[in-house]
Design a protein around this ligand. Sequence first.
Ligand code: HCR
Length: 408
Amino acid sequence: MGRKKIGTTWTSFVKSIASFNGDLASMTAPPFILSKASLVEFSAYWTEHPKLFVAPAKESDPEKRALAVLKWFLSTLKQQYSSRNEKLGSEKKPLNPFLGELFLGHWDDPEAGKTELISEQVSHHPPVTAYSIINEKHGVKLQGYNGQKASFASMTINVKQVGLARLHIDAYDEDYLITLPTLHIEGLVYGTPYVELEKSTIIQSSSGYFAKIEYTGKGWVSGKKNCFNATLQKVGSKDILYTISGQWTDSFTVKKGKTEVDSFSHKNNPTTPLTLKPIEEQDPLESRRAWAKVAVAIDKGDYEEIGMEKSKIENAQRELRKKEKEEGKTWERRYFSSVEKDSATGKLLDLAAKYSVSLGVPAVTLDDPSKTNGIWLFDEKKYEGVKSGTREEELKAAVEKVEAATAH
Ligand code: HCR
């Protein structure tokens, strides 16, 4: 009886997404596939292995640094795309962050030291999350922003990511541009959704290294899912310096020619937990605190309560936007600013465009900024203002506005 009910609900859900408009936020899902985590939390997946995140800074040879960056990137894929799916086929729909929603925390690692995470929802329509992840001790900084464009075809949800990530290593004043993979949801028809990556992503370094990762899905020979092949090349040469292949959800090997020189397995590399403030000490705009009541309702599986609690947040946001429009104001992002041009990214894109063509890889271009409501950069001045307390009044006023709108 219960099984039939879930089956029926799932079928109507799949039917309903067949007509959705490409904005993931507009997709309504039954309570049993709702996740308690908001998309603003997903930025944390970049650094659940802080040791690998800072490893490039320890390499004095640029080729080894580029390889270390590639290894770290590959290690992040399991967290990004399957960590909510430990039991295969249990992917869930995340909560849609509201404008200004924050996810703040840090990782403490005996080797890497402290790595700080700042993630902020910088746009609601279209939904865009920006993040900054900094390890001061090793001078490694990652920043980026991303949104998603989705479509439904042949019983699957196809998701194109817009935006990019950029890693900076202070000691070598080196930048790495990382493009974001396209993905689709498998298992929809059977009620067992999981992510499969497709096509390719590239990592272009300012020092002239070019990594290409090709997602091959289910390997023809191995029959295993989530497979990939990656290569690292020096720009201007067709020689392949390293190849890496394996399963991004499990393990991979690094080869120089035919010789295995390194390997990585998730089994032997447990993740480092992110430290968050207890909910009662969090800022009211921090994700877990803001969505706490919705999370309780999701745990209970109470659709009505979920709807009611979500509506409180959504209506308050609508009211705020309306007021801002009337007053000719816009919501001040706490940590990020939108820029017309980002020259560091521009240089990397030029390099990547030049070499991708010679290597037969589709040219890498910056997504039209209108798709992400701008190009979003971490704003150090804003950050310093928060840390030093000089923006205290401004932040207090912003929180009061949200709280007043929610109380209505
Ligand atoms: C596609 C997805 C929402 C977007 C998620 C993104 C692309 C967000 C940015 C992160 O850095 C990387 C990332 C990882 C996630 O794997 C990806 C999500 C996977 C599923 C979710 C869909 C909206 C869920 C659809 C609902 C299913 C159950 C049918």
